[in-house]
Design a protein around this ligand. Structure first.
Ligand SMILES: Nc1nc2c(ncn2[C@@H]2O[C@H](COP(=O)(O)OP(=O)(O)OP(=O)(O)O)[C@@H](O)[C@H]2O)c(=O)[nH]1
Ligand SMILES: [Mg+2]
Length: 436
């Protein structure tokens, strides 16, 4: 169970309570503790937090006319926002950013995400590959730079980081934001510190950002503290929050170390980067939707899938609209997170996490359907038709069945969302053309 689910379950216990007595609060706190500790939040922090909630709810008067549940959810919101820390607003001006961190933490991907972030906002960006240890680091960043529409510089096989930086700064001097990717290490060793110091002396970064993988949970405190004292960092980017059960632990740990969280990564795609705002993040965990940051993401995805908003019609789900929707969703990143932001109920991830590969197959299968079949899925519950589609599309019967199964799950999900007033209200805010 992820942290958001755990927290929402704890809150669900308060539903319908007219008074908050000590038994209710103790039960609520127990659930909270379970959820937070399993997300790897430091135990001491957790107990302090639940103690403050207990004190505030039992020893102060809940204002008249306020639903006790809302009162406690607000307390919880404030407490969580406090332990998860900061908010950040990147300055839109020329600057140099150095990314550093342990092996596989997501530096290279994040460098490209950042480049795209600035490019999308009309600020030209360029990437320098200063990872001199990892094989194919050059090619990886070069490919990503193309995807991000950013400039790129590297010198294959060169071990002198100062030369790379010197020439890179010159080659990318027309770019407003220059981002430098560096080598990873297994641990913070003297070699790494020496290398980072050399890079920093030549590059003169405005921001040194440590990249940490959310999966390290609480260990993020030690990492942030150690790197801060070795090379003085300006902030942290926490990646892989999408797949980690320990995101809450990592975010609170970075905050505990007294370092600002700047961005968070929540997917493998270049659009899956978000400016960090503890309140928004916690709001989302608690199922209080955050519309603003979604608008951007959704509109981008629609643009990229070449769809007009009113082509996304939830009311008439048939295979023609189904493919368009899958495509939009895959551009937005994991739909599960998006629906969470919108305050929808938890949905099965199998429906919404579509790989590019699967999308290609689905496109071919839908292309082999007759007009009638596309409009009426019941026709397809027929072995002969399934076989024909598999042959016609060059896929397998198993693929066709998977498509049919995803389609019917999607139908069910849409039915569920249509009955959710809160969700409908939120959806219509950012997709005015949407019919539900
Ligand atoms: N799910 C998810 N995967 C991510 C995210 N950020 C990076 N990854 C994946 O994590 C893996 C490692 O990412 P890299 O960017 O190569 O990490 P790195 O820190 O540059 O690795 P080294 O250069 O080997 O030290 C890749 O498969 C990325 O696609 C994220 O926010 N979410
Ligand atoms: Mg790398």
């Amino acid at each position: 169970m992820d942290l958001g689910e755990g927290l929402r379950q704890a809150v669900a216990r308060l539903r319908g309570k007219t008074i908050i007595d000590s038994k209710t609060i103790k039960e609520f706190n127990k659930e909270l503790q379970k959820a937070l500790i399993s997300a790897d939040v430091d135990v001491k922090l957790v107990f302090e937090l639940t103690k403050r909630i207990e004190d505030a709810s039992l020893h102060s008067n809940i204002p008249k006319g306020i639903d006790p549940k809302d009162y406690i959810v607000n307390l919880l919101f404030d407490e969580l926002a406090r332990i998860m820390g900061s908010s950040y607003s990147p300055e839109m001006k020329p600057k140099r950013i150095l990314l550093l961190g342990m092996y596989g933490s997501g530096k290279t991907t994040t460098a490209a995400k950042l480049a795209k972030y600035y490019q999308n906002r009309g600020i030209s960006s360029g990437l320098i590959c200063c990872d001199i240890t990892r094989p194919a680091a050059y090619e990886q960043l070069e490919t990503l730079a193309k995807q991000a529409n950013a400039g790129f510089f590297g010198i294959k096989g060169e071990k002198d980081v100062r030369r790379i930086i010197r020439e890179g700064k010159e080659a990318l001097k027309d770019r407003k934001v220059i981002i430098c990717d560096s080598s990873g290490r297994n641990a913070l060793d003297p070699g790494l510190i020496r290398e980072l110091t050399l890079i920093a002396d030549e590059f003169k970064p405005d921001e040194k950002l440590l990249v940490v993988n959310a999966d390290i949970g609480q260990i993020a405190t030690t990492q942030a503290k150690e790197l801060n004292s070795a090379v003085k960092i300006d902030g942290v980017i926490v990646t892989k929050l999408d797949g980690s059960g320990k995101g809450g632990g990592a975010l609170s740990a970075v905050n505990e170390a007294g370092v600002n969280i700047t961005f968070i990564g929540n997917g493998e795609k270049l659009n899956d980067l978000e400016v960090y705002d503890a309140k928004k993040y916690v709001g989302r965990l608690l199922g209080m939707p955050d519309i603003e940051s979604l608008v951007d993401k959704v509109q981008n995805a629609i643009k990229e899938a070449n769809l007009k908003p009113d082509e996304v019609n939830m009311n008439e789900l048939n295979f023609e609209t189904f493919y368009a929707q899958l495509k939009t969703m895959s551009g937005m990143g994991p739909l599960k997170g998006i629906l969470g932001m919108l305050g929808a109920a938890d949905v099965p991830s199998s429906v919404v996490e579509q790989s590019e590969d699967k999308l290609k197959k689905y496109k071919a299968i839908i292309g082999s359907m007759t007009k009638e079949e596309r409009r009426n899925d019941t026709l397809l519950h027929n072995q002969a038709r399934i076989k024909r589609l598999a042959i016609g599309s060059g896929t397998s019967e198993k693929d066709v069945r998977a498509l049919l199964s995803d389609f019917s799950k999607m139908k069910k999900m849409i039915g569920m969302m249509q009955n959710d007033r809160n969700f409908k209200k939120n959806m219509s805010k950012f997709m005015p053309g949407l019919k539900m």
